[in-house]
Design a protein around this ligand. Sequence first.
Ligand code: OOG
Ligand code: MG
Length: 264
Amino acid sequence: MTLLVDKHKEIIEYLYTAERDAREVIKVTDEYPELTVKEAYELQDGLLARKLAESGSKTVGLKLGLTSKAKQVMMGVNEAIYGYLHQDMLGFEWEGISYSGLIHPKVEPEIAFLLDKDLQGENITEEDVLAATKYVAPALEVIDSRYKDFRFTLVDVIADNCSSAKFVVGSKWVAPGAIDLGNIGMVMSKNGEVAQTGSSAAVLGHPATAIAWAVNELGARGRGLKKGDIILSGAMSEAIAFKPGDSVIANFEGLGSVSMYCKE
Ligand code: OOG
Ligand code: MG
């Protein structure tokens, strides 16, 4: 038991300092191939507690990852994942994102959900998610895996809080019933050139289905989401790399656009 606690502490410190020092590291499973998905979520909890203790920030919601077949194939995994969002990850369209402090960031288009009811259970449906959602909005998530070459297994990426780094949410919020959320076309451009296209249908068929999956996973652990939480429902296309000076804009049919400028 003590050995297990020591092992977890060591891994948490390893991932914590990698992010703090913006340094890519060898993936955890190279050293500990026996780690399970359950342990990976425990490591994620430990890492997030460590980060909150240091930053004084707070949890503002949840992010889903690897919700599309395309991304699962790209990363060589066959399950969706979830991690937590902290207030200090929130970036603003007008402010820009700083490149310094990041390792090898990529950006991806997502639909953000804002809850106005608590959501917890083990049989939550897409309809329950929509009933608890006040607004949806276009979003860009900046992911920055702490692992070398952005390569990892399912266990590695979960422990690393699912590569979370930053996110930007557009300022136009729409009631979920006002649009067909299961079929929103998206075009993401970098420096004025189309870089990716996608559809919300790629996110487990419907972003609310993906969220229902995550809420049920949380429910099995005795957890849930709270009124006021923001949820990033998962990338609608592949992520693209960016550097200082780049600007990225994603346009979502019926939802409007969200942009991000990268500073030094
Ligand atoms: C894992 C995080 C994936 C998404 O929306 O699919 C994710 C990664 O690809 O590094 O946030
Ligand atoms: Mg994402």
